[in-house]
Ligand binder design. Structure first.
Ligand code: KG4
Ligand code: ZN
Length: 341
């Protein structure tokens, strides 16, 4: 194992992030510039605005990451960057910056899969033995993978329509709650009162490990349409609670079944939706009743950040795998196509 000091960069969606990580383990800095305010007025991410903002902030962000880490540019031994999936214009800012930086410093470069970053982020906080089941829940993913190591992923199931985070965001938008909806619904659901409202748990009984969230979303819309008058604060909280409970039920039940069917006794939950307190509580209960070990990174490492990329980045570079200066961004890149030589 060669020990490396890496600069990690992320710009796949609406967060620009720069981090300095030693040995794929020790996070010296992890700076995140969120664009939430920029996009909130539109109720979702506007790709062109995202790219422009990445371009404006990436330079000072890298400076800040180096200063916070107490590291000089010339101390860096490699650059790791999100290659995809994501918004192509946004990705290109990080990829182009990383290529120029690596070229100027004459250090190696590696492009990493965003979801591989999310899944391996846990290794920055505690060592989780392979194999494990990864539950990748974010704005673009609700996927279950068997993980046998870095670069070794087998897809077991995935959403056939909306991702869980997308469903949270859309339901919040329907109720006029703002963007991003996940954290807002999570907070409202915290009152723990569903007022007896029950939304469907799509595909929960099916024997595969796929998900569908558009039906729950439509059920919320129909419920809102049936109300005689605009919902008051209590009703909004009850809908939020009932919706979150339905989503959490489906994710947790299917994950546990998938782990059991693969003979896996460890589950890692990753991605922005892994911040959800209902999901964390339910998985913690299931850990007790099922005997499974369930791991969640801390919220800062669940949401988009770039330190998470350094786990796989360090491993690849230390194994002699690196990207050329012809590295391109890929907007659509299934994780199971990532292969570690
Ligand atoms: O991983 P992430 O930061 O970006 C993507 O790779 O997509 O995930 C963003 C998603 C958004 O849909 C956001 O609403 C959701 O994660 N999210 C949450 C919570 N915090 C963020 N969803 C539910 N509960 C939360 N506390
Ligand atoms: Zn993400």
């Amino acid at each position: 194992m060669i020990f490396m000091l890496l600069l990690a960069l992320e710009s796949s969606c609406d967060e620009t992030a720069a981090a300095v990580v030693r040995d794929g383990q020790q996070v010296l800095s992890n700076i995140i510039a969120s664009q939430v305010d920029l996009h909130a007025v539109y109720g979702g991410v506007v790709p062109e605005l995202a790219s422009r903002r990445h371009l404006e902030v990436i330079n000072p962000l890298v400076e800040e990451a180096l200063t916070t880490a107490g590291v000089k540019q010339e101390d860096l031994e490699g650059v790791v960057v999100t290659r995809g999936p994501g918004l192509v214009g946004a990705l290109l800012v990080g990829v182009s910056f990383a290529k120029a930086y690596a070229y100027a410093l004459k250090i190696p470069l590696i492009g990493v899969h965003h979801i591989e970053g999310h899944i391996q982020a846990i290794q920055l906080e505690e060592r989780v033995e392979y194999p494990f089941l990864a539950v990748a829940v974010s704005g673009g993913h609700t996927h279950l993978f068997r993980v046998d190591g870095i670069g070794r992923y087998r897809l077991l199931g995935r959403t056939v329509d909306d991702a869980a985070g997308e469903a949270f965001d859309k339901v919040a938008k329907m109720m006029g709650l703002g963007y991003p909806g996940g954290p807002i619904i999570d907070k409202l659901a915290g009152a723990n009162d569903d007022g007896g409202i029950v939304f469907p748990r799509p595909m929960v009984k099916k024997h595969n490990f796929d998900f569908s969230f558009s039906g729950v979303k439509t059920a919320v819309l129909n419920y809102l349409h049936r109300l005689q008058e605009p919902p008051d604060e209590t009703t909004i909280s009850q809908i939020a609670c009932a919706f979150q409970t339905a989503v959490v039920d489906v994710i947790t039940q299917k994950s546990v079944r998938a782990a059991e069917s693969e003979g896996l006794n460890r589950i890692v939950v990753a991605g922005g939706v892994a911040c959800n307190s209902g999901l964390r509580t339910k998985f913690a209960e299931l850990a007790v009743s099922s005997g499974l070990e369930i791991f969640f990174p801390s919220p800062l490492l669940c949401a988009d950040n770039s330190a998470m990329l350094a786990v796989a980045g360090d491993y690849y570079l230390s194994s002699g795998l690196f990207s050329g200066l012809d590295l391109n961004a890929v907007s659509n890149w299934p994780l199971e196509q990532v292969r570690c030589a």
